[in-house]
Design a protein around this ligand. Structure first.
Ligand code: NAD
Ligand code: IPM
Ligand code: MN
Length: 366
């Protein structure tokens, strides 16, 4: 298979983790005899610094020409005081909006090998395997008016029927292909947009008699995610709730660095990005966990290219490396591998042959 992938490394640890994911994709290409062509483009603070805007036209064009996009992360303290339109985060939001990537899939699972790393008790998290379907192009992130003076600030929360229907349908379809359980998270006891959301879930549910649906308020959902995470199968929710709940859910694995995501629409195009940010506190130090980015590359192969076996090979390799006790710094404070050492371990698993002699896996002591 011949495919074009545009890579948007972005800021902070973005370049480190996307590099890891690209190396893994190159290994997959070699092992499964595919041809992946990589093209790099600017986004976020890196784009602001080089060309004065967070999503240059050249980047949009590069994504347009590609079959899929792999993204690192954007943002950092050095851009905190720039004009609102120049914020690195604006580039990411504009990218999602431009390509109409309204469905953000964020899978969450407990890894046996990380049972001791998660701050949650092992007996609570074991067996956890769910997907958060986060609406990505509406709600508070995009609605107008939005303004701020010294004395007051306005954000607006709009959801149209069409926007809710399409994300809810995507979630029902996913639940149908999994364990047939859908949890819709809203704040229908307060927000008008949530009332409409809940009504639409009830309407759509008629077409999916094989899916069991429940509604839960977002505050209670935040609690339930910690109390009994294994009770979830598919969670569907609006943009901001999904953002917050997915960072919370990452603690089931033990690190924000573990979670991948796919930002998709009806066709096969998508932007694949770990859920974490640019982690300015550890950027450039080889301390980043590349698993979220590497697993995002696996999602890219499956969703955009239909390469299920290749995606599974990556997921299995990540799991085996963890099982073998190789951790990055976020997972283990005393003995850990650097970002590139850990990536090399994943590649070694994928290659099926040891490269241990050529790369010295000296442990860094924390
Ligand atoms: P963050 O996700 O960057 O970091 C939160 C904490 O998690 C930090 O301690 C960080 O070191 C740690 N962490 C995150 N990813 C990690 C990884 N892969 N390996 C090891 N540790 C990891 O969130 P933040 O500090 O709130 O935000 C920093 C910047 O990133 C902000 O500018 C924010 O807007 C941006 N951001 C971007 C994205 C994105 O590009 N998709 C997502 C979230 C935040
Ligand atoms: C994410 C990030 C983004 C979001 C920011 C950087 C705009 O937190 O992808 O989770 O809020 O969607
Ligand atoms: Mn987030």
């Amino acid at each position: 298979m011949k495919k074009k992938i545009t890579v948007l490394p972005g800021d902070g640890i973005g370049p480190e983790v996307t590099q890891a994911a690209v190396e893994v994709l190159k290994t997959i290409a070699k092992r499964f005899q595919h041809e992946f062509e990589f093209q790099y483009a600017l986004i976020g603070g890196a784009a602001v610094d080089q060309v004065g805007e967070p999503l240059p036209d050249a980047t949009v064009a590069a994504c347009q020409q590609a079959d899929a996009v792999l993204l690192g992360s954007v943002g950092g303290p050095q851009w905190d005081s720039v004009a609102a339109e120049q914020r690195p985060e604006k580039g990411l939001l504009a990218l999602r909006k431009h390509f109409n990537l309204y469905a953000n899939l964020r899978p969450v699972k407990a890894y046996e090998a990380l049972a001791e790393v998660s701050p949650l008790k092992q007996n609570r998290i074991m067996g956890t395997d769910f997907v958060i379907v986060r609406e990505l192009t509406g709600g508070l992130y995009f609605s107008e008016p939005r303004k701020k003076t010294a004395d007051a600030a306005v954000d607006t929360l709009v959801y149209t029927r069409k926007e809710i229907e399409r994300i809810v349908i995507a979630a029902f379809q996913l639940a149908r292909s999994r364990n047939g359980k859908l949890t819709s998270v809203d704040k229908a006891n307060v927000l008008a947009s949530s009332k409409l959301w809940r009504e639409i879930v009830e309407e759509v549910k008629v077409g999916y008699p094989d899916v069991a649906v429940d509604h839960i308020l977002v505050d209670a959902a935040a609690m339930q995610l910690i109390k009994e995470p294994s009770s979830f199968d598919v969670i569907v929710t609006e943009n901001l709730f999904g953002d917050i709940l997915s960072d919370e859910a990452s603690m089931i694995t033990g690190s924000l660095g573990m979670l991948p995501s796919a930002s998709v629409r009806e066709d096969s195009f998508g932007v694949y990005e770990p859920i974490h940010g640019s982690a300015p506190d550890i950027a450039g130090k080889e301390l980043a966990n590349p698993a979220g980015a590497i697993l995002s590359a696996a999602m890219l192969l499956e969703h955009s290219f239909g390469l299920k076996a290749e995606a599974k090979a990556i997921e299995d390799a990540v799991e085996r490396v963890l099982q073998d006790g190789y951790f990055t710094a976020d997972l283990s404070t005393n003995r850990f591998l650097s970002t590139s050492q850990w990536t090399a371990k994943v590649i070694e698993e994928l290659d099926g042959e040891s490269v241990a002699e050529s790369i010295c896996f000296s442990y860094i002591s924390g």
